[in-house]
Design a protein around this ligand. Structure first.
Ligand SMILES: C[S@@+](CC[C@H](N)C(=O)[O-])C[C@H]1O[C@@H](n2cnc3c(N)ncnc32)[C@H](O)[C@@H]1O
Length: 204
């Protein structure tokens, strides 16, 4: 059972619910998901800050996840589970509905060139799939150094009434930063964060 999992482990998802059910278990722990966690400084920091929570870090880059797994094991972090999965698959069908309390999407690839924009992750469709996995009252937390992408998010989210701006939803983690964020800040770039509360009953 999921609640018996001890220590950080890397899971290669096959697309079945039961893999995720094993990881999530049947406890009523708070679950947070760091989508595209990369090298994982944020996910690791979050897991250390809230040892009673289950923190899921997902990415497609197996090498990064393996290094993160070893680091978490070295540090004795027991509540971080790593998922080798595609972001879209994860929220579209691999995670059970209403299973996550807070989703973090931090510094996703911005695909700045016009011809690459089609590859961007954040679309209305993607956010509706994120809504599928968020529990009512859950938080969507996003950040990017790429201001045009940030503006595009604001335009999309304005039209999704179930997501209400809620800066308080991330007030507890203001001191946690991602690897990319630290890099951008060192280079003098700002990395704005936004948070939205998912209130499905207010959907129009
Ligand atoms: C720019 S990095 C940001 C990493 C981390 N969130 C940070 O801020 O340091 C984007 C990450 O998303 C991952 N990624 C890109 N496309 C993905 C996808 N379709 N599914 C899962 N992860 C993806 C990349 O492998 C990379 O680790």
């Amino acid at each position: 059972m999921g609640h018996l999992l001890r220590g950080t482990m890397l899971h290669l998802l096959t697309g079945t619910y039961c893999v995720i059910d094993t990881i999530l278990g049947d406890t009523d722990r708070t679950v947070e998901l760091d989508l595209g966690c990369g090298k994982g400084t944020f996910a690791l920091g979050l897991a250390a800050l809230y040892p009673e929570r289950l923190i899921l870090g997902s990415d497609v880059m197996l090498g990064r996840l393996r290094r993160l797994e070893r680091k978490a094991q070295r540090l004795g972090v027991g509540n971080l589970q790593l998922l080798r999965a595609n972001n879209l698959d994860l929220v579209a069908y691999q995670l059970p509905p209403a299973s996550v309390h807070r989703v973090h999407l931090l510094c996703p690839d911005p695909w700045p060139k016009a011809r690459h924009r089609i590859k961007r992750l954040v679309t209305t469709d993607f956010l509706c799939r994120v809504a599928r996995v968020l529990r009512p009252g859950g938080i969507l937390h996003m950040a990017t150094d790429h201001l045009p992408y940030f503006d595009a998010w604001a335009r999309i989210l304005q039209r999704l009434e179930a997501f209400r701006p809620d800066p308080g939803g991330i007030s507890d983690i203001r001191d946690l930063h991602t690897d990319f964020e630290l890099l951008w800040r060192e280079n003098g770039r700002s990395v704005p964060h936004v948070a939205f509360r998912f209130e499905p009953r207010s959907a129009g």
